[in-house]
Ligand binder design. Structure first.
Ligand code: IYR
Length: 226
């Protein structure tokens, strides 16, 4: 490692915690995240923009290839734009459910009960359209190649989902396929690839979730300690 006082500063934010406190915090975070559900029925109750901004700031702390932060979060709250996105997404979803998906994929989705109708895309107060930037750099206006864009944007999206959950917002990851239409609706350049849409808001009253979604793989299945 090459470090010098010109290029590096002391690490902050890692005051060592007693092990008991580490354990309590780690378990509490798991307990909190274990209450997250993907929600498919939203209320139209408005959510102030500054709350979404704070969640996006948290997403923007994610690690990324060469720290280029190759993401853009287009936060759509305008009813007209939400409608445009809903109509374009539903057109793709109709093709998907009519056969483009193939039977194996449709069988996998059957327990969730989804179909091509996406009314929540207009009802929910926010559609956070996430783009991966193929070019950029650390500073505004740079036009350098970005690296590991999908890994970086995936990590940032995970932080965004956790931040929304912590703020009491329900979310849904939505990925109409293809979703190139998002560039036009959100005014994003062709060098950006639509990554996914995160629907955010309060859940509708009496919302249900599929039992299928409650099955979480146990630790022994998702991990090994070597
Ligand atoms: N994008 C479609 C289909 C869909 C695909 C997967 I993989 C899911 O986990 C859920 C849905 C839709 O939103 O209906």
């Amino acid at each position: 490692m090459k470090t010098s006082p010109e290029t590096h500063v002391p690490l902050t934010g890692y005051a060592a915690l007693p092990e008991d406190e580490m354990r309590v915090r780690a378990l509490a975070f798991h307990a909190r995240m274990a209450t997250r559900r993907s929600v498919r029925a939203f209320s139209d109750t408005p959510i102030p923009q500054d709350i979404i901004e704070a969640c996006v700031r948290a997403a923007g702390t994610a690690p990324s290839g060469a720290n280029h932060q190759p993401w853009h979060f287009a936060c759509v709250g305008s009813p007209e734009k939400k409608r445009e996105i809903r109509l374009a997404a539903e057109a793709e979803e109709r093709e998907f459910y009519a056969g483009r998906a193939g039977t194996e994929w449709l069988d996998a989705l059957a327990p969730i009960g989804t179909d091509a109708e996406k009314p929540y895309m207009e009802i929910a107060p926010w559609l956070i359209c996430i783009f991966a930037q193929r070019r950029g750099g650390v500073r505004e206006g740079e036009d350098r190649k970005n690296y590991y864009i999908h890994e970086s944007v995936g990590i940032a999206t995970g932080l965004l989902i956790a931040a929304c959950h912590e703020a009491g917002l329900a979310t849904l990851v939505h990925t109409p396929n293809p979703m190139k239409f998002l560039n036009a609706v959100c005014g994003r350049p062709d060098t950006e690839k639509p990554f996914l849409i995160l629907v955010a808001g309060h859940p509708a009253e009496n919302t249900t979730v599929p039992k299928h979604a409650l099955i979480k793989k146990p630790l022994g299945e998702i991990s090994s300690f070597l």
